[in-house]
Design a protein around this ligand. Structure first.
Ligand code: AMP
Ligand code: ZN
Ligand code: FE
Ligand code: FE
Length: 290
């Protein structure tokens, strides 16, 4: 049976594996078909594609867009999207620009909290050079690492709990796309939009069903049923929603390497592995969308 994982991150967002390195790791772990879904960017696609070709792995062009939402988080996965689609590219670049503008604000807030830290330090510690490399980003986990190195906190978790988490003194919100826009952009870029890790939306089963109904009307065609953060009862509920709204039941580990050490690549719950049927279902949607 072919093995599939449709939710992976590289160093182009908050994963710890560089693009080619990640693809080689997929090969090592016997995955046959994968999607790299960095947050709000497709800048790792070229490098992943090249290595996937070398390794004989099928690579699905992917992205994970962070949308505006409360009470939890709403991420929309895009599969088989064209990284060259004008509007998608423009919006993703705009999100990246806003992210760069956010970094000095985080530094300022940390300074105000009495911590001596500069942006230059964070960039140097993260990338070993003075500039953020093209296509790469800086995020809260990188700031957390520097706080650990400086001995301000013991570990990443404490850095978030004390300073970086939502509501804490150094928290700065980031630009997020509207959920309707995220789905529309993915659709217009030739892809299939799937609702990432619904458990993180923090909705009751009833509210989730209403939300999914709305998102389907916006063009949603998939739901991430299988994820490393889903319990068996979550999976059962999301499978029911997939059937009810005729959504493709996608799945992925949400692998971030050392930045989420408990998550293993290819694993989306105890004993759950995803097969190639999901790829066929996605491809058939794309043919119908045309
Ligand atoms: P950013 O995109 O810069 O806001 O950072 C988001 C990333 O921070 C997430 O993908 C997580 O990896 C990490 N993160 C968010 N909240 C926490 C937390 N409470 N503890 C540890 N890591 C977190
Ligand atoms: Zn992430
Ligand atoms: Fe996510
Ligand atoms: Fe993710």
């Amino acid at each position: 049976m072919k093995r599939v994982d449709l939710h992976l991150h590289t160093t182009h967002s908050d994963g710890s594996y560089a693009p080619a390195e990640l693809i080689r790791y997929c090969k090592l772990k016997h995955l046959d078909c994968v999607a790299v879904t960095d947050h709000d960017t497709m800048s790792s696609f070229g490098e992943c594609q090249e290595e996937a070709h070398t390794q004989g792995i099928e690579l699905v062009p992917g992205v994970e867009i962070s949308a505006q939402f409360a009470p939890g988080t709403l991420h929309v996965l895009g599969y088989f999207v064209s990284s060259e689609h004008h509007e998608l590219k423009y919006v993703l670049e705009d999100v990246q620009r806003a992210r760069r503008e956010r970094n000095p604000k985080i530094v300022q807030k940390l300074n105000e909290a009495g911590i001596e830290i500069t942006l230059a330090e964070v960039i140097q510690e993260t990338y070993g050079q003075t500039e953020i490399p093209p296509g790469k980003q800086l995020g809260r986990p990188h700031f957390a690492n520097v706080l650990v190195t400086k001995g301000v906190v013991r570990d990443q978790e404490e850095a978030f709990c004390k300073y970086l988490a939502k509501g804490k003194s150094a928290y700065v919100d980031k630009r997020r796309v509207r959920k309707e826009e995220a789905i529309r952009l993915i659709h217009e870029a030739g892809g299939v939009a799937s609702l990432a890790h619904p458990v993180q939306m923090r909705l009751s089963a009833e509210d989730l069903e209403k939300e999914v109904d709305y998102l389907v009307n916006c063009g949603l065609q998939g739901i991430e049923v299988y994820s490393s953060c889903h319990r068996p009862e979550d999976i059962k509920l999301y499978l029911k929603l997939a059937k009810r709204f005729r959504l493709v039941a996608t799945g992925g580990s949400d692998f971030h390497g050392a930045n989420k050490p408990d998550v293993e690549i290819g694993c989306m719950g105890k004993g759950v592995h995803l097969g190639y049927e999901v790829i066929e279902a996605l491809k058939s949607r794309i043919l119908k969308n045309r």
